[in-house]
Write a protein that binds this ligand. Structure first.
Ligand SMILES: CC(C)(COP(=O)(O)OP(=O)(O)OC[C@H]1O[C@@H](n2cnc3c(N)ncnc32)[C@H](O)[C@@H]1OP(=O)(O)O)[C@@H](O)C(=O)NCCC(=O)NCCS
Length: 332
């Protein structure tokens, strides 16, 4: 029987596609203004994929960045877990496509569908694979090509989303290291009608009618999602901190999913966090769904707010609804 060890993040990589769509570009496409978007969401611009680029490509870009930065080996990766809500196709899983593109014949893997909480849920699944002793190295990716599913005639949703990805390696924590400490995850399917893509599944298989009715795009009740996100993000983060006996003041930083700047600041206020230690990069990327937390980790490192030994709190709310918060000690 292997000894149970905590899992730690041992490497991080990120990727965004090069093409940028600014609020000023959107002003020329729909009835909106840079001021409205900035004030209501905090977003200034977002990166968008070109035709033919899919979520697996974004994930592979993030893994290549991880290898460049950390010199990590991939030939001993035992499992690949991909959080995505915009898989390349219904099946096979995006994990299969990533495994093949990275040439990892030794690895198995699967996708996790949890809306914008996809990276956090995938991270938890990967951490459990390591903590159980089942695997010694797990690659976790969060990747979304949201703009491929965005209706650019719907001004209430198209201003929000961008494309991007992140990847981390999970390994057992060594003696004296801590890694993942605690988590609180929750799903609530009563919110399914607030944020969803109705077409293309077994309920509404693709047809001329589903296309005519725009059922293959993101549909959202923005204010309903907003209210739920503010309440649940605060509840989940408070639960994890309380259970772990950690206060907001002890955190090195708070890294939330980047859906709306106002959701983030409202949550941080409820936690009593110093705004300086709340990571916000939504102005550059918009909402990249499963890409957002690793992209925000990157920003935190760049800004000198995430260093080895720091306690860090992650949190997300997404379609489902799917809610998650995780506390860890940063080890890279
Ligand atoms: C979408 C969101 C930004 C809208 O902000 P809001 O303050 O709730 O705005 P409302 O939806 O109440 O709309 C207010 C007005 O702005 C208008 N509006 C909506 N989108 C607009 C745009 N892009 N430009 C200009 N005006 C816009 C609306 O039509 C409405 O006009 P009206 O008052 O004349 O009816 C906000 O609800 C939100 O961020 N929700 C959460 C979304 C989210 O996080 N989703 C992903 C979860 S992972």
């Amino acid at each position: 029987m292997k000894t149970l060890k905590r899992a730690k993040i041992s490497a991080l990589g990120t990727y965004v596609p090069p093409r940028v769509l600014t609020n000023f570009d959107l002003e020329k496409m729909i009835d909106t203004t840079n001021e409205w978007i900035l004030e209501r969401t905090g977003i200034h611009e977002r990166h968008i994929v070109d035709k033919g680029v899919a979520s697996s490509d974004l994930a592979v870009g993030a893994v290549k960045n991880l290898v460049e930065r950390h010199g990590s080996r991939l030939d001993d990766v035992e499992a690949v877990v991909v959080g995505t809500v915009t898989p390349d196709m219904m099946y096979p899983s995006t994990a299969c496509l990533v495994q093949h593109k990275l040439n990892l014949p030794q690895a198995w893997g699967f996708d996790v569908s949890a809306g914008c909480s996809g990276f956090l849920f995938a991270l938890q699944a990967g951490a459990k694979l390591v903590e159980s002793g089942a695997h010694a190295k797990v690659l976790v990716c969060g990747a979304d090509a949201n703009t491929r599913m965005t209706d650019y005639t719907d001004r209430t949703t198209c201003v929000l989303f961008g494309d991007g990805a992140g990847a981390v390696l999970l390994e057992p924590a060594e003696e004296g290291e801590i890694g993942f400490i605690d988590y609180a995850y929750e799903i609530d399917g009563s919110g399914a009608g607030s944020l969803y893509m109705p077409g293309g599944g077994s309920l509404n298989p693709s047809s001329h009618e589903t296309v005519d009715k725009k059922m293959h795009y993101i549909h959202q009740d923005g204010p309903a999602v907003y209210k739920f996100a503010v309440r649940k993000m605060a509840e989940a983060t408070a639960k994890v901190l309380e259970r772990s006996g950690v206060t907001g003041a002890e955190l090195g930083c708070f890294i939330p999913h980047q859906a709306n700047k106002r959701i983030i600041t409202a949550t941080a206020d409820r936690l009593g966090m110093d705004p300086e230690r709340v990571i916000i990069n939504i102005e550059k990327y918009g909402n990249t769904s499963s890409g957002s937390i690793p992209l925000a980790m990157e920003t935190a490192i760049e800004q000198g707010k995430l260093k080895k030994g720091d306690l860090v709190l992650l949190a997300a709310v997404g379609a489902g609804f799917a809610v998650g918060a995780a506390l860890l000690r940063w080890e890279i």
